[in-house]
Design a protein around this ligand. Structure first.
Ligand SMILES: Nc1nc2c(ncn2[C@@H]2O[C@H](COP(=O)(O)OP(=O)(O)OP(=O)(O)O)[C@@H](O)[C@H]2O)c(=O)[nH]1
Ligand SMILES: [Mg+2]
Length: 460
């Protein structure tokens, strides 16, 4: 995206295509209002250019003699709009063709089609939001659970921005302290200064580390956990999938080898999007199709982030069970003793050697599923983090900047310990200050900014 075209007038459809009540065509830029006036015939006769900001006008969008649609048009004048520029939003009928026809008419006036994320990029470049808030916008749009939505919303409200600003403020205070001492060496007590700086740096490092730890929570809430349900035939894997989904998604029969191919569905587990994969029961078989299914099960197990190993508690452990349990080694896994509504042959204590949590469930009676949910939450969400109250960092890029800042702070301590002069300290501290600034979008290269916004959806 070339910088010179950055502030021309742009347009795109802001709503999803498909059947729906309304579709919105958004126009932003200096000529947004005049462009809309070329196509809009207001019922009252009063053009948009004569209307107050943040008002809604009723009329038709026309192309020559033809009426394209009956619409409501909102006018939001700079700087009080999403992009901080003049914005017009044409609310037309939903569906596949109307918004597209209105957009075509807008583009024919010479307005440029917006790039993905370009409206939000302008909000950032015009200083209304910083980079953490801009990225929160995509996370809100993509949020799959209430928790991921809350975490993203907290970021949009600036919780992370404020946290970063506070950390940088502390750094600046320390840098200023050192510089004053260097200017007035006669008043400088080096030992005292060094103790003060060391204490401050340790405190800051702790706070940065906490943010780094929140990155994993952020990632899990955003992307979810790839989970595979594994077990020998007939132990109740598909029944478990159905119980978790609360629908009869997979075929369940008492014939071993019912599931042949892998089946994927997502479910909300205590706020974590769990991407569940039901697999073919693992066993030695001469059936060609089943054999291929079993191979897929093994492959899914290797790629999974979490394995739910299902065992039939009402029958003795088999060689196949043991082989499946071996697949859980070096993996995050939970052993589920299923069919506990029947007479029990196996107990949790029998599985102590595997070092993972063992839970009693009944997929059929739907018992033990709350404990499963709690365990998954415990495994993937650090501590009792309250995502809407604490600053949770979003992107991997933010994590990288925090790690760099933390390293610079480590260098400060090393510099003090090795007896180097005070001006070396301020260099590392200034570096940490810059790295923290990257998170809110300060001193970030244009191509990185372009890349971040190119991942947005069109019309946002
Ligand atoms: N009593 C009891 N029966 C269960 C339970 N869970 C599953 N079953 C029964 O066990 C049989 C096999 O269930 P499935 O869910 O098809 O088992 P699966 O592991 O998917 O089997 P494959 O797809 O063949 O590998 C069915 O008859 C289920 O009704 C349970 O908790 N209790
Ligand atoms: Mg099955």
């Amino acid at each position: 995206m070339a910088f010179v075209t950055e502030f021309d007038t742009i347009a795109a459809i802001a709503t999803a295509t498909g059947s729906g009540g309304i579709g919105i065509v958004r126009i932003s830029g200096d000529t947004a209002i005049e462009t809309a006036d070329k196509l809009f015939v207001p019922k009252t006769g009063k053009p948009l250019s004569k209307r107050k900001t943040h008002t809604l006008a009723y009329g038709n969008i026309v192309k020559g003699e033809n009426v394209i649609d009956e619409v409501l048009v909102s006018v939001m004048r700079a700087p009080n709009s999403y992009t901080c520029e003049d914005v017009v939003e044409i609310n037309c009928h939903g569906g596949y063709s109307t918004a597209a026809a209105v957009l075509d008419a807008v583009l024919e006036t010479g307005v440029r089609m917006a790039e993905p994320g370009e409206f939000t990029k302008r909000a950032f470049l015009n200083g209304r939001i910083d980079l953490t808030q801009a990225q929160a916008v995509t996370d809100i749009i993509n949020a799959g659970t209430e928790e991921s939505r809350k975490a993203a919303m907290a970021r949009l409200e600036g919780r992370l921005s404020k946290k970063i600003a506070a950390l940088r403020e502390k750094l600046i205070t320390m840098i200023a302290h050192i510089e004053v001492n260097m200017d007035y060496p006669e008043h400088d007590n080096e030992t005292e200064t060094f103790d003060y700086i060391k204490g401050g740096i340790r405190e800051l490092s702790g706070e940065i580390q906490q943010l780094i730890d929140s990155a994993e929570t952020g990632r899990i809430l955003r992307e979810g956990v790839k989970t595979v349900i594994l077990g020998r035939p007939n132990v109740g894997k598909s029944s478990l999938l159905n119980s978790l989904l609360e629908e009869e998604r997979a075929i369940v029969t008492d014939i071993p080898g019912t599931t042949r191919d892998i089946l994927q569905e997502s479910v909300n587990m205590g706020g974590i999007p769990l991407h569940l994969i039901d697999t073919a029961g693992i066993r030695d078989t001469s059936d060609t199709v089943e054999k291929m299914g079993v191979e897929r099960s093994r492959k899914s197990a290797r790629e999974a982030e979490l394995i739910l190993a299902v065992i039939d508690s009402s029958s003795p452990l088999t060689q196949e069970d043991s082989e499946i349990l071996e697949l859980t080694r070096d993996k995050k896994a939970i052993i589920l003793l299923n069919k506990t509504d029947l007479e029990r042959v196996l107990n949790p204590a029998d599985f102590a050697a595997y070092g993972c949590k063992v839970l009693d469930i009944s997929a059929k009676e739907e018992t033990g599923l709350d404990a499963l949910e709690a365990e998954i939450k415990r495994m993937f969400i650090s501590g009792s983090i309250n995502v809407s109250q604490e600053a949770v960092i979003g992107a991997e890029r933010d994590k990288a900047s925090l790690i760099k800042a933390l390293n610079s702070l480590k260098n400060v301590i090393n510099t003090i310990d090795s007896g180097m002069p005070e001006d070396f300290l301020t260099m590392d501290m200034t570096e940490a200050y810059t790295f923290l600034g990257e998170i809110v979008g300060e001193a970030v290269e244009d191509d990185i900014i372009d890349k971040i916004f190119s991942e947005f959806c069109l019309g946002k």
